[in-house]
Design a protein around this ligand. Structure first.
Ligand SMILES: [Fe+2]
Ligand SMILES: [Fe+2]
Length: 474
């Protein structure tokens, strides 16, 4: 399924035959470019970036790499190929044909789901907008920009659904996606983690590892949707999400590699000495991990939610890898264990599984996250360093759901407010940590050179050498 690049808006949905949609998108497009110029990557207008552009939506369609100025990136509408026979795999409509249009009774919920997903896409671009000024290498700068343009395209994907299927409401929602701004006091982004700052590259790598992985799980659940255009759109977005998580996982790995090297050279695990040598001490990395992990697991929502049950039973949002599960895919009468606070302590409680589907998705996410942290620990192990990174307890630093009402240490001990205040600096990044990491952030723009706090990658992009000129400055 090739994408038609001869059109003003590249697409594989026959946009030329849909005048109403074309008009709506063409009206929205200049506002998108203005948004990109205003709050997209700072000071990047003249950069020529070695970017990957999707030219088709089949698995080989990713091969197109070339220098592009980002505002000329071929944003557009790309859906996975349709399967005319596709059936709904779960919920009350299981076995019926997938919907090509929005059923009236599910219109409000579907719109809300699409707007909530769509809102995260421009938000992350805004959060990351200053990072290009302090990139540790051209290789990393290019990866940041690749993530940014793809999040821009994810916004297009959600705007397409809103404008094509939700009429005037959809057009208003599409406009509002460019009006909210990450961290804005008056008109913030919808979800908490997307209003946090991404102040430095360690935060960026943690964000792309954890928060883009939330994206993966949300998109995977929506890729099961009975509303077929949503399923096909999100299925294609997942191919891009994989690269974002790669940037995070390999980024943190390289930071660890460099830290371990410095620790071995100096034969020390004293954070002050590691810092003095220009590397990031393991304690700081652990605290960043604690923060990004806890903020990200809040994104899955309340552990018990009647909305989650409705979304599933009505076929709007499935589970991660619905097709691989061996239950009845209806889930009525089934239960799931969630945690709740009883007399200041955590206790397990069995609740109807349908109501616990946010928790089910969060637990799937946790399993996936932990696996990558294990791969980070291999870097330390290989270097002969005894320290290991660990993901904090699920109830640590939560702001949403039943666990928000408790203070928990990273290892899972209920603590008093007083102890929390005392230990917070050991558990979450302190102003001092941020200031130290910020002091390391300086742009390194010579091809093949890397900042002293991060190791070079094992290989370059698209079989190019690591010292390739991934960004040219105009
Ligand atoms: Fe995205
Ligand atoms: Fe992403």
């Amino acid at each position: 399924m090739a994408i038609d690049y001869s059109q003003k808006i590249p697409n594989n949905v026959n946009l030329a035959d849909d005048r109403t949609l074309q008009r709506a998108l063409e009206q929205w497009q200049p506002n998108f470019i203005t948004w990109w110029d205003d709050v997209g990557p700072e000071n990047s207008t003249n950069n020529e970036v070695y970017l990957r552009t999707a030219t088709s939506v089949d698995p080989q369609g990713w091969a197109h790499f070339d220098y592009v100025k980002m505002r000329d990136y071929r944003w557009g509408i790309f859906l996975n190929p349709a399967d005319a026979e596709r059936k709904i795999d779960f919920g009350d409509h299981k076995g019926e044909k997938a919907w090509q249009d929005v059923p009236g009774e599910h219109r409000a919920n579907l719109r809300r789901i699409i707007v909530t997903q769509g809102d995260t896409e421009p938000a992350s671009v805004e959060q990351q907008r200053h990072l290009g000024l302090t990139a540790p290498s051209l290789y990393d700068l290019r990866n940041l920009f690749q993530v940014n343009v793809e999040e821009g395209r994810h916004l297009w994907a959600m705007v397409y659904l809103l404008q094509k299927f939700f009429g005037r409401d959809g057009r208003e929602e599409a406009a509002a996606l460019l009006e909210r701004t990450s961290g804005d006091a008056n008109n913030p982004r919808i979800l908490g983690a997307f209003n946090e700052k991404t102040p430095d590259w360690l935060a960026f790598f943690m964000f792309t590892y954890f928060t883009d992985r939330d994206g993966k799980f949300q998109l995977a659940a929506l890729a099961e949707s009975a509303f077929d255009p949503l399923a096909r759109t999100t299925r294609f977005m997942l191919t891009e999400e994989a690269h974002h998580m790669f940037v995070g996982e390999s980024g943190v790995s390289r930071v660890l590699q460099r830290t371990a090297q410095v620790m071995n050279e100096l034969k020390t695990d004293d954070p002050a000495l590691v810092r003095a040598a220009g590397a990031i001490d393991l304690g700081t990395i652990q605290r960043y991990l604690n923060f990004h992990y806890s903020v990200t697991i809040d994104l899955f929502g309340a552990d018990q939610s009647s909305n989650a049950a409705t979304f599933y039973s009505s076929g709007l949002k499935g589970r991660y890898e619905e097709g691989k599960r061996v239950d009845d895919h209806v889930l009525k009468g089934q239960t799931y264990k969630v945690l709740e606070v009883q007399n200041g302590q955590l206790a397990e409680k069995e609740v109807p599984m349908l109501n616990a589907l946010n928790e089910v998705l969060r637990d799937d996410f946790i399993k996936d996250s932990v696996a990558g942290v294990g791969r980070w620990n291999k870097v330390l192990e290989k270097a002969g360093i005894a320290t290991r990174l660990v993901v904090p307890h699920k109830a640590f630093n939560r702001k949403i759901g039943a666990l928000a009402g408790i203070r928990m240490s990273p290892e899972g001990r209920v603590v008093s407010e007083e102890e929390w205040k005392q230990k917070e600096k050991e558990w979450l990044p302190s102003p001092g940590d941020f200031a130290f990491v910020a002091s390391l952030m300086r742009a390194v723009l010579e091809p093949g050179k890397f900042a002293a706090w991060i190791a070079p990658p094992a290989m370059g992009i698209n079989k190019n050498p690591v010292e390739f000129e991934y960004v040219r400055f105009g």
